[in-house]
Design a protein around this ligand. Sequence first.
Ligand code: TRP
Length: 336
Amino acid sequence: MCQNTQNIEKKRVLSCIQPSGMLTLGNYLGALKNWVNMQDEFDCTFAVADLHAITVRQDPAKLRQQIYSTYALLLALGIDPEKNTLFIQSHVPQHAQLSWLLSCNTQFGEMSRMTQFKDKSLKHANNVNVGLFSYPVLMAADILLYKPDLVPVGADQKQHLEIARDIAIRFNNLYGDVFTVPEPYIAKTGARVMSLQDPFKKMSKSDENLNSWVAILDDKDTVIRKFKRAVTDSLGQVKFGEEQPGISNLITIYSAVTGKSVAEIEKEFEGKGYGDFKLAVGESVADALAPIKAAYDEIIKDKKALEVLYKEGAQKAEYVARKTYFKAMKKVGFVV
Ligand code: TRP
């Protein structure tokens, strides 16, 4: 027997989620379910990226509530704060601090090319602040402080991860080895969930049509009602394919929630109408979300217990972040 097997180092993973509003079924099936699945295989660090949230105007009371709520929801989903490091970004000062060092090693031109900045500055035309512009630098700091091997991100964040890699490589070349250059992690499972009202748009909590998205914390009746109202197509059959974008989205969701394959699902609903199928999808989603909501309702009640966890999480995170930050400071030439 080899006693060392326990010591084989797991690969390190880092990811963060913004506490902006309600998290959706899309966030769950696209990203958070993977976080839960990664806990055993990897050494994971997860954070609520609250500093990122203020790049757009936030109501202070609501922001605070959403930070609590997002942290509690991650616990409710089953992320184990003992096994992983689970913390709130603003509690670890090195994120903002490293962000400054990295800012001075990032070019205006490369930030200007970020497509999300271009989109968001159009959307929030009356508040195109400097933070919105330099947001990818803060994200690079989030990542590089923890030296992760892998960073799970969705398609909309790939460009930001690329920049983080570029910044790390440039910094290492200039000052010597400080940062690990992370790879993107594309999960084996990870559904791209589209709006229930317009299957060409991604499901989004900022969609004004409330029937287009399902919150992880929606109650059973609401979930089922929204699926009953989901747009379908005109073929009249439960079949996956380009000609049926609405039904295909529902099949993707049903498959992600039940673990059934597309072929199995098509067979299950052969000869049945869209109505039966939509009800089945709604019920399966409601059943999957019910225990999460029940756990959340318990966790959010006990703010003291929550505080113990996020403080411990911040301590664990800072222990790692501080070392990387000091190394970077020293290399740049500061007196440390
Ligand atoms: N910018 C990401 C988003 O909006 C959230 C985020 C912040 C993040 N820091 C990160 C994701 C570091 C991965 C790694 O979704």
